[in-house]
Design a protein around this ligand. Structure first.
Ligand SMILES: Cc1ncc(COP(=O)(O)O)c(C=O)c1O
Length: 383
């Protein structure tokens, strides 16, 4: 985004077309500084996951003082970040042959591209593609430490070793290490439960890496960590550990309800306008597209619904978005006096349930400092 692309004058919170993403720069900067200090205390390397925001100016803050590496979740993010000067990328979604050509194109554009696999049949196929394209790729083996999403089961030593041998023996590929995502930390309700999951993740991964080393298959890097798991850790990590938290940049209503952050840490809100008033509710123009329809969190915390509602200054009104249609968000307002303060067109700010999914629905962030719009940053969407 160049200054020339920005509307002049910049709109304010009462004139930005709704629904729109509002990013509180001071909260963002504070969240980033806290995680940076925490990871430094843990003695690990920070490779933030940029899938949360898909926005180079935010990632630049996150990697300040670190080695510059970031984690990506789509090749589209990879190309946008390569264009923005990031040259050490970890694409942390299992690679499949349909993406080889674009992955090799991306590898040509950066100093280092690492990919992940949990399939011993992939390395020879990827090696052929890399050799044909004249690129070298680092490959992590994805391990499942209990989340059950993707990855080889941590206890399946034979298959892990077979995959490691397939990578180490493939021209154009190098075994970068082992990687896991303990997504089960999101189901934990208490900090000590999260810490136990994070420590199990750390210990299981250390054992997997040690076993590979015993077999003469060196896994130089152990890559772990979601926001709840990393926040929960307090004992130092071994120096070959890299951590990949992402959500911490924004946090969201879900993380706040879990106790991973405070509500005042939520840096991302959706600015919305009242489009309908009923006897005990309002409906706004932030529906399923503007907020996302991620109700995963509501399974645990029904109170947050699709998002928590604040006034235009972001101060909590004690309301939640209870239901969404494509362009409609229904907010129950049982308090008559409060309803009277919400006329047609009234502007509200909703802290979304899951900020990563919300951000991906929008083209840009309106960046605010003390509720004054100071900039607009793009979101690198798509795949
Ligand atoms: C592979 C991987 N690493 C890291 C993360 C970051 O997790 P969080 O957003 O909780 O920080 C994710 C999130 O889904 C992920 O899939």
């Amino acid at each position: 985004m160049t200054a020339a692309d920005l509307p002049d004058p910049l709109p304010d919170l009462l004139t930005i077309p709704t629904p729109a993403l509002i990013l509180d720069l001071e909260r963002l900067t504070r969240n980033i500084a806290r995680m940076s200090a925490h990871v430094a205390r843990l003695g690990a390397r920070l490779r933030p996951h940029i899938k949360t925001h898909k926005c180079p100016p935010i990632a630049r803050q996150q990697v300040a003082g670190w080695f510059g590496g970031v984690t990506i979740s789509t090749l589209a993010e990879g190309f946008a970040f390569a264009d923005a000067g990031f040259d050490d990328l970890l694409y942390a979604v299992p690679l499949e042959p349909g993406k080889f050509r674009r992955a090799c194109d991306l590898a040509r554009r950066v100093r280092r591209l690492a990919v992940i696999t949990d399939d011993p049949d992939l390395p020879p196929l990827l090696s052929a593609a890399a050799m044909a394209a004249g690129v070298a790729l680092d490959v992590f083996i994805e391990i499942d430490c209990g989340d059950g999403r993707t990855g080889l089961p941590f206890a399946d030593a034979a298959r892990i070793a077979r995959t490691a041998r397939a990578i180490a023996g493939a021209k154009g590929l190098a075994l970068a290490g082992v990687l896991t995502h303990a997504g089960q930390a999101y189901a934990a309700r208490a900090a000590d439960e999260r810490r136990a999951i994070a420590e199990l993740e750390r210990d299981r991964m250390q054992r997997v890496a040690a076993e590979l080393e015993r077999l003469g298959l060196e896994a130089p890097c152990v890559s772990i960590g979601s926001t709840p798991a990393i926040v929960a850790l307090d004992a130092p990590l071994p120096p070959n550990f890299e951590v990949r938290p992402g959500n911490y940049a924004f946090f969201d209503a879900f993380q706040a309800q879990c106790g991973v952050c405070a509500f005042d840490d939520c840096a991302l809100t959706v600015l919305t306008a009242v489009i309908h008033r009923g006897a005990d509710k309002v409906v706004t123009d932030a529906g399923a597209i503007a907020l996302s329809k991620d109700i995963g969190a509501s399974d645990f915390f029904a109170k947050s619904g699709y998002g928590l509602v604040g006034d235009v200054a972001g101060r909590s009104l004690g309301l939640r978005v209870a239901a969404v249609a494509q362009e409609h968000g229904r907010i129950p307002v049982p308090d008559r006096a409060l309803l009277d303060r919400l006329p047609l067109g009234a502007r509200l700010r909703i802290a979304p349930n899951h900020s990563c999914l919300t951000a991906a629905q929008h083209a840009h962030y309106w960046v605010v400092v003390a509720d004054r719009v100071v900039d607009r940053w793009p979101v690198a969407r798509g795949w």
